[in-house]
Design a binder for this molecule. Structure first.
Ligand code: SF4
Length: 285
């Protein structure tokens, strides 16, 4: 991995897209060593003169200071900041730099509504600070993303992220704390996480962790992502390649397939009493 320290000029990215539960993204790193094959964030790396999204990690060493300055001059208490977007704040390099505690202290100081989503059990180290933030800000939401329950798949498909069981353990540690919590089952991966056992395990995990809600969304293969994903299939799971080509005539999966999976998930959510809507938890603006 190559690490490059950089200075952030502007700490936040304001979304123009409507319909998101947050208004700003805060990426403390650029690039992400989790290396998820299906990652949509890869294209953001081209602005950094690198085509190695998981191997060239840019560290915004002044991010906490810049954020403090920005939140002092712009009151964003009615806005939600999403940590991540095109990186995971708890990727491997965070072990070395520990930018998150500094960023969390700034967010606490400004009572800033925040969403944190990760695929790393490393978040456990900062739970006390996240809880402190949730006691000061009107809204804090912490989510673990779990896309499948098979170690062998995770080890290749999300090679740098925590194993599914470890993410589940981290999710359980959020239970009973003052923040809202969620399991993101996104993306659902055809042939890797759509079998009965996997679907049931994930909904059961959401239930056991007593999350406020569980979100799910099917894998979408954009023009940029499809070649990389198909290369991964050819190398490791060639037996699924043809099935994928049939399922993904376009970017989205076949509609009948999608609705079958969503129907099964709805039944499981009912069985385990797991809510799938985040809207009711959002603060009124
Ligand atoms: S954790 Fe998110 S940002 Fe990082 S590689 Fe995976 S999908 Fe991309």
């Amino acid at each position: 991995m190559k690490i490059k320290e950089i200075e952030a000029k502007v700490p936040l990215y304001k979304h123009k897209k409507k319909g998101l539960p947050y208004d700003y993204d805060l990426n403390i790193y650029r690039g992400c060593s989790h290396g998820c094959v299906y990652c949509y964030g890869r294209k953001s790396h081209k602005y950094l003169d690198s085509d190695n999204f998981e191997g060239d990690i840019f560290v915004k060493i002044n991010i906490a200071e810049k954020l403090d300055e920005y939140l002092t001059n712009n009151h964003l208490k009615n806005n939600i900041i999403n940590l991540g977007g095109v990186c995971d704040s708890y990727q491997e390099i965070e072990n070395k730099y520990r930018l998150m505690p500094e960023v969390l202290k700034v967010l606490i100081k400004h009572k800033q509504p925040t969403i944190i989503t990760t695929k790393s059990a490393f978040i456990k180290k900062d739970l006390a600070l996240i809880e402190e933030l949730s006691n000061s800000a009107e809204y804090v939401n912490t989510a673990l993303t779990i896309t499948n329950v098979k170690k062998s798949v995770t080890n290749i498909l999300e090679a740098g992220a925590s194993l599914p069981e470890d993410r589940f353990e981290a999710l359980k540690m959020l239970k009973g704390r003052s923040m809202y919590t969620a399991l993101h089952f996104m993306p659902i991966l055809p042939y890797f996480s759509d079998d009965e056992d996997s679907l049931e395990t994930i909904v059961k995990w959401a239930s056991e962790a007593e999350v406020d809600y569980m979100l799910s969304g099917m894998l979408y293969l954009t023009k940029n992502i499809k070649p990389r994903y198909y290369k991964f299939l050819s190398e490791y799971y060639p037996e699924y390649l043809d099935q994928y080509k049939k399922l993904y005539k376009n970017g989205g999966a076949d509609k009948t397939y999608k609705s079958t999976i969503h129907k099964k998930l709805a039944e499981l959510r009912k069985k385990y009493n797991v809510n799938n809507s985040y809207a009711k938890f959002l603060p009124n603006k």
